[in-house]
Design a binder for this molecule. Structure first.
Ligand SMILES: [Zn+2]
Length: 150
């Protein structure tokens, strides 16, 4: 009997913890009953209409910032060393981890390590190893979601 009571308490505790992590995103009122569409905070929805470009460390891409790089180390505006294929510039808080859903269904994760004068709104500029690779990046309508806010 006591064991059952303890188990019941554990189940209630787990249920309550789960409810706390959910946020109501859409509230409906039907008659006097409130319905709530919930979405777990760690699963944010994709948002369409983003566009993606590429850049590298060269003077064509970085202008005067390409001139002063002791040891060839490339830092983003975040102060972190830029990682080709992983870092990106965006109009989002530094350290945000985003997921890009491409038209072919592939998904790519990037971390916001940099900002850019031409990077505003729904635009991601992906940091690549070479200028050729950067030129290959160009998508007009991709979906992006915030995977992790800093
Ligand atoms: Zn370049």
């Amino acid at each position: 009997m006591r064991r059952t009571a303890i188990l019941f308490l554990i189940i209630i505790t787990i249920s309550c913890t789960k409810i706390k992590t959910q946020t109501c995103i859409i509230e409906h009122n039907i008659g006097s009953i409130n319905y709530c569409t919930v979405l777990s905070e760690d699963i944010k929805p994709y948002e369409s209409g983003w566009y993606v470009t590429g850049y590298c460390a060269c003077a064509k891409c970085c202008g005067i910032y390409a001139q002063n790089r002791p040891g060839g180390v490339v830092y983003g505006s975040s102060g972190r060393v830029l990682i080709p294929g992983y870092s990106c510039a965006a109009d989002l808080p530094s350290g945000t981890i985003v997921e890009i859903l491409y038209p072919d269904g592939s998904v790519q994760e990037r971390r916001v390590d940099d900002t850019g004068g031409g990077v505003h709104g729904k635009h991601l500029d992906l940091y690549e190893e070479t200028h050729d690779k950067a030129l290959q990046v160009g998508y007009n309508n991709v979906s992006v979601r915030i995977k992790e806010a800093p």
